[in-house]
Design a protein. Sequence first.
Length: 666
Amino acid sequence: MEEKLERMRALAKTLNQYAKEYYTLDAPTVADQHYDNLYRQLQELEAQTGTVLPWSPTQRVGGDLLKGFAKYTHRAPLWSLDKAQNHEELAAWVARTERFVTEYNAKNEDPLPSPSYVLTRKFDGLSVNLTYDEDGVLIMGATRGNGITGEEVTRQIKTIGSIPLKVESDALFEIHGEALMTKRAFHAYNKTAQTPLKNTRNGAAGALRNLNLAETRRRHLTVFFYDIGYQEGAPFTSYHEMMAFIKDQGFPTDGYFKTAKNFAQIEEGIEENLKDRSTLDFDIDGVVIVLDDLRTRSAMGYTVKSPRWAIAYKFEAEETTTALLGVEWNVGRSGRVVPTALLAPVDLAGVTVSRATLNNMDDIRRKGLAVGCDVYVRRSNDVIPEIMGAVANDKPSVPIEAPTHCPSCGTPLTPIGAHLFCENTLSCKPQLVKTLVHFASRDAMNIEGVSEATATQFVDELYLSKVSDFYSLTLDQLSSLSRTKEKRALNLKKAIEGSKRPLLSNFIYALGIPNVGRKTARDLAEAFGSLEAMRRASRDEFLEVPEVGEVVAQALVDFFQSEAVQKELDRLRTLGVDPQNPSAQLKTPDHPLVGKIVVVTGSFEGVSRNQMEEKLRAMGAIPQGSVSRKTDLVLYGEKAGSKLEKAKALGVDTMSEAEWMEWMKG
Ligand SMILES: [Zn+2]
């Protein structure tokens, strides 16, 4: 028996070490299969002996339904922090702290060190308090609750793979951490969840305060530890020492722990985090600034509710709630009818938000939205505002109905997958206008001056109904447009005429084939060399093009087989539109630019940088965005800046626009 117990202790220790390597260090040293073998051995021994060690990794597995939550009183309170909403309030706190130390030192023999601060991130999750006993065994996990008393969630905590079940310390201690859902875990969960989570914080809170342990596990929580709340013997003199202990014992941290000596350095740290906020894999809502020296901390003490030696600098919220006033349905270029939420205007991260995109009816149903209800709105960085879900309250609301007919032309809508489509591609005005604008856009046919307003005028006043109609417009017709002077008509005519010999890749992109963007258009031009070859191509031939998959290949076949498209392409040719494929002529194996890395910078006469890169690509060069030692040539136009300087510094060849023109003439 004792032998078996000995073996169990050894197995538990080894398995816990492997788990730490896997979850915390992200550096597994053994194959999963080896782990599974040892794990099964331990399970068998536990069954044979009828004993389970409290730190056994088998305790992590959750499938149980628990009865309820017991209350737990923390050995040391989890304080809430004073908050600074702006730099002035923060500066006042720093000044207060420095004054305190100066005054203290004037009155006392044993002076405090001059203030040194530590910055950590303020995580947007749920605070937890874990207790480890004299044997280093995790004996209790609790939520923060009101800071004095929380709820026991030991079993839930044990499902989190990165939390050590046993550590090497022999003094009882309590450690504080923040349980959170990473953005990755959040999105993965929402992909398959019947009811999507509204934000990562709710996701984490709902996982820990859940009696169904399987659900807790499913959310893949992470905990970052940052504080020892209580430890027998009180062995630390600074926050640095405390943090070193936390890391030594194998507790996961987020890695950000920054010292600041003064207000300027604190501000720097805040800026740094504001900048990184959107790229982190977890949500933060501010920065916590605390004093490093623990003796200074205890000299400063506490107000009724918070420590005087700490402050939280709050970031602008990225999320808020507001009322959903209605839903507007609009037709896109592809005929897809898309809902937009109309919101009671609300300030969010520096802008007023009054609209948010919704994908389709499925999205609306999944999120439980109805007109009149309150919703969670999120906006981070420059991302378009998004509705995360409905607020559970009893406000009266009206269900959102899917439209049955096109809001613009009245054609009955066709459901395809989760989306609704207006299939009246010929005379549904918003589709037509957007198609014309896309066709004329810079990376397509590059007809200057065709804005959405102009395209609308063309449709309303000149009855354009397809893209080829551009090329049958006469100067008289253009001059007859309302609000149009001779000059504008001439410019439009010139722009239309000037667009007749586009690059083949731009022409393919201009056609607006579903799922064919710039990159695919380029690949197709490269592979087929001419429009005629594409019109004759089979599905298999399309599939041979790198990165063209089943969906795109089918879209291409469908497109070119359509009678309307064939007519339209013939008409474009008759009207003089003649796509050019310079790569067919220029890209010979001995062309000096083949395979050369070229960086284009500055502005060029009459061509955009994109078009210049397009030309280079057609010659077999590889255009890139930034200059490095690997760059072969920097081609520069007017107002070229740092890239040109860098090229010169690195000794990379450079060529001005004039030299380029000269060189092209041969
Ligand atoms: Zn329509």
